[in-house]
Design a protein around this ligand. Structure first.
Ligand code: NAD
Ligand code: TYD
Length: 353
């Protein structure tokens, strides 16, 4: 048998694919549309492996899905494919509704039909693993308890609303049709291969090249950071032991304000590339509309049920991530061309770009 991954050429997906190929014999099919966020370069090291197959395509293409499911007979689908950047969802939400909502719906339809046709033994073991976010739960106040599996849905951005809709669809396909789904609601990830539109790689990339570093509003918004390899480990555990219909809250127990994150990166860069005062590059810019103040996840139930715990601390993970970006400048240069520059021009004030 095999597993089918969607969006495996993006940030978390490529980390998952690379780790899967390094630790499992089972074949893996990667279906990815290769939007601006997808990059086959991430997967060069596995592209010639006979267990790996890359298919360029859209999760909204139902006949392609039916063909791939019939041909590869996966025992699980791991669904990463999405539009994932909050700022883009504010400026151009259409693609978010198309991929995150309608795309997930089409995928569920195709997988449901495939699953119904499997023989009984295989049907019981099948899993549809939906990779979602803590952002569906909205924003926490300073002293609110962290999100967990029972938190009410209160999405605030078009991105979060589209992911919330996809979570609801996944839930409904389990509840109504019995599809053995598992959903992960994870906090902010960071690590190798993250597109430099997101905070951590954006700060590393800009600071290293002597460009100003944009901090939205007062910079005191809080995120709970988890290294991508720890998220991928949790997802593998969900595939292995996740019960049908289960939902897991995943986080790194590493709440930091954005200013703390930026300053930690400036300090790390100062150690690795001394001679520049990176802190002096930081600039406050206009806040993101509807900016969620705080995300934080209580992952204790997930840790107990999955026998999983993050291996990286925020300090060790950030150091490793900084080193990866310094060692892989060529990757950064390739992804920060044409379309990336257009995005930066559009999103940030001229004084910064
Ligand atoms: P990403 O933007 O880096 O990658 C998304 C991938 O999906 C890209 O390879 C892209 O080409 C592909 N894709 C987009 N639309 C597609 C379509 N219609 N058909 C097929 N492929 C398509 O995203 P990421 O940060 O790797 O996030 C992956 C998943 O994890 C998303 O569902 C996201 O909501 C979720 N998530 C992300 C984080 C985070 O911090 N990055 C945290 C929690 C959950
Ligand atoms: P981001 O990486 O876009 O993730 P998310 O919005 O999904 O949490 O942003 C992380 C935090 O960093 C968020 O509070 C917004 C903030 N931020 C900035 O201050 N400046 C920036 O240039 C970016 C991209 C984000």
């Amino acid at each position: 048998m095999s597993i089918l991954v969607t969006g495996g050429a993006g940030f978390i997906g490529s980390n998952f694919v690379l780790e899967w190929m390094a630790t499992h014999d089972e074949p893996l099919v990667n279906l990815d549309k290769l939007t601006y966020a997808g990059n086959r370069d991430n997967l060069i090291s596995v592209q010639d492996d006979p267990r790996y197959r890359f298919v360029r395509g859209d999760i909204g293409d139902r006949s392609l899905l039916v063909r791939l499911l019939r041909e590869h007979q996966p025992r699980a689908v791991v669904h990463f494919a999405a539009e994932s950047h909050v700022d883009r969802s504010i400026i151009a939400p259409d693609a978010f509704m198309q991929t995150n909502v309608m795309g997930t719906f089409g995928l569920l339809e195709a997988v449901q039909e495939y699953w119904e046709g499997m023989n009984r033994d295989l049907r019981d073991g099948f899993r549809f693993l939906h990779v979602s976010t803590d952002e569906v739960f909205g924003s926490l106040k300073e002293n609110d308890p962290e999100f967990d599996e029972y938190s009410p849905y209160r999405p605030n951005s078009p991105y979060a609303a589209s992911k919330a809709a996809s979570d609801h669809l996944v839930r409904a396909y389990h509840h109504t049709y019995g599809l053995p789904t598992v959903t992960s609601n994870c906090s902010n990830n960071y690590g190798p291969y993250q597109f430099p539109e997101k905070l951590i790689p954006l700060v590393i990339h800009r600071a290293r090249s002597g460009q100003l570093i944009p901090v939205y509003g007062d910079g005191l918004q809080i995120r709970d950071w988890l290294h991508v390899s720890d998220h991928c480990a949790a997802l593998r555990r969900m595939l292995a032991v996740g019960e049908p219909g289960a939902v897991y809250a995943v986080g790194g127990s590493a709440q930091r304000t954005n200013v703390q994150v930026v300053e930690a990166l400036c300090a790390l860069l100062g150690e690795a590339r001394p001679g520049v005062d990176y802190f002096s590059l930081v600039r406050t810019v206009k806040d993101r509309p509807g900016h969620d103040r705080r995300y934080a996840v209580n992952a204790s139930r997930t840790m107990d049920l999955l026998g999983w715990a993050p291996q990286e601390t925020f300090a060790s993970g950030l150091r490793r991530t900084m080193q990866w970006y310094l060692d892989n400048n060529e990757w950064v240069s390739r992804v920060t061309t044409g379309a990336y520059r257009e995005w930066m021009d559009r999103q940030y004030p001229a004084s910064l770009v």
